[in-house]
Design a protein around this ligand. Structure first.
Ligand code: UD1
Length: 420
């Protein structure tokens, strides 16, 4: 199994380009099940989750090829309606095939994703939405079996106990594109990735308004065609590099990003006293000394602070001379990285969904274990500033969602290598 080895401390300088957003590309790939015709998707990141999604689509008659960050799909004539356990267990995002399969073929059989290291991951909102559209749903032998004659549009509230759900919004929006009549999703997720999916569906011929707000209206149509689309830049990858720059950057420029997707992160930077220059599609920043203003963070649905950047900002806070509190409102158990950071000398106390970080300036390199995708990124950030050697195990988590992170950091001057 591969490891990442970092010799620290490091200074990062130069320019990098942000890749396309994995969390946009996944539902957009799932939506190609709906296409009568071929689709071309540009700026698709070459990461493991995308390969897993492409493998799942093959079970559904969609043959997708990824070459030079472009995915081209075939004309889909073959009906396949099952997402098997061996694929869904690798990637929870597979659940977003449910809506497209059901609305196009009248049935879908998707393995239940189960929990994961960041907590229980229910799909009750997905099922509630599909039932409201008229699907009948059975859960048997670890699979969701959904079937319907023709879905019928209606008004559906998709807010849950932890806010709105991104993939449930995606799933119901896709299902509603071919339903009879009008569907209104209230309490919809507003994430940029939902808007990107809506824009692609509109190019395929769907009638959707309101994506990006809490109310999305979908007028059903009888058929969707193939389409061409460029995936938006990955705001989580951009946020990770921005945090790296705030920790150890010197004249660092992050290109090909959409700064307004990261307003909550920039607000945290402002409160901490981090200096940066925001342009239309790039941001420049440098490490500007210890940050001494207290800054508490609460993760929330978009446009709030992204849970997918919580682990990375925790690393930054752990090496500042301040005490900070992070409250995790989306996945209250998502703190597995804290114990690994503590092994490098951080002082983090967890109490339920709250982390209290007593910052101090030095971390020391250690052998650590990545528990999930974003935790791996947080440990890499820690390794960049820690003194000595940091070895990060279980890097397959990183491969799920960051395109060539080791290569990008090395190009900025980091002493980072990957070894088998
Ligand atoms: C997506 C992202 C993930 C990100 C998360 C929150 C993808 C592929 N993944 O995951 O990286 O961390 O949004 O921004 O886009 N919930 C329910 N019932 C449901 C569904 C969700 O209670 O049926 C809860 C979840 O447990 C969580 C909250 O709602 O507490 C938000 O989860 P959700 O937005 O659904 O996350 P995903 O869409 O799975």
């Amino acid at each position: 199994m591969d490891k990442i080895i970092i010799e620290g401390p490091n200074i990062l300088s130069g320019q990098i380009n942000i890749s396309g957003a994995k969390n946009s590309a996944l539902p957009i790939l799932a939506s190609t099940i709906l296409a009568n015709g071929t689709c071309q998707l540009k700026q698709v990141p070459k990461v493991q989750d995308i390969s897993t999604m492409i493998a799942m689509l093959a079970h559904m008659g969609v043959n997708a090829k990824l070459e030079n960050n472009i995915v081209t799909t075939n004309e889909n004539n073959q009906k396949g309606t099952t997402a098997p356990y061996e694929i869904v267990r690798k990637m929870r995002g597979s659940v977003c095939a449910l809506g497209p399969l059901l609305t196009r073929y009248g049935e879908a059989h998707i393995s239940l994703p189960g929990g994961c290291v960041i907590g229980t991951r229910p799909i009750d909102l997905h099922l509630k939405g599909l039932k409201a559209l008229g699907a009948s749903i059975q859960i048997e032998h670890g699979y969701v079996h959904a079937s319907c004659k023709k879905l019928k549009g209606c008004r559906i509230f998709l807010g849950g106990n932890f806010g709105s759900s991104v993939l449930a919004t995606d799933n119901i929006m896709m299902a509603a594109t071919l339903a009879e009549g009008t569907t209104i999703i209230s309490g919809a997720a507003c994430e940029p990735e939902v808007v990107d999916l809506a824009n692609f569906l509109i190019k395929m011929g769907a009638k959707i308004t309101g994506a990006g707000s809490h109310n999305i209206t979908i007028e059903g149509v009888s058929k969707l065609t193939g389409a061409t689309h460029t995936i938006i830049p990955d705001r989580i990858e951009a946020g990770t590099f921005l945090i790296a720059g705030a920790m150890c950057g010197q004249n660092l420029t992050i290109n090909n990003m959409i700064p307004e997707h990261l307003d909550a992160l920039f607000d945290a930077f402002d409160r901490l006293g981090i200096k940066y220059k925001r342009h239309q599609s790039k941001v420049e920043l440098s490490y500007s000394g210890d940050y001494t203003s207290a800054c508490d963070i609460t993760t929330l649905p978009y446009p709030g602070f992204a849970t997918d950047l919580q682990a990375q900002i925790m690393t930054l806070l752990a090496v500042q001379p301040i005490t900070s509190v992070i409250t995790e409102k989306i996945f209250p158990d998502r703190f597995m990285h804290a114990a690994e950071l503590d092994r490098m000398g951080a002082k983090i106390n967890i109490d339920g969904g709250t982390a209290i970080i007593t910052g101090q300036s030095n971390l020391s390199g250690a052998e650590v274990m990545a528990s999930d995708l974003r935790a791996s990124a947080a440990l890499i950030l820690a390794g960049l500033v820690a003194k000595g050697t940091t070895t990060i195990n279980r890097v397959y988590h990183l491969d799920r969602g960051y395109e060539n992170m080791v290569g990008k950091l090395a190009s900025l001057g980091a002493k980072i290598t990957r070894k088998s």
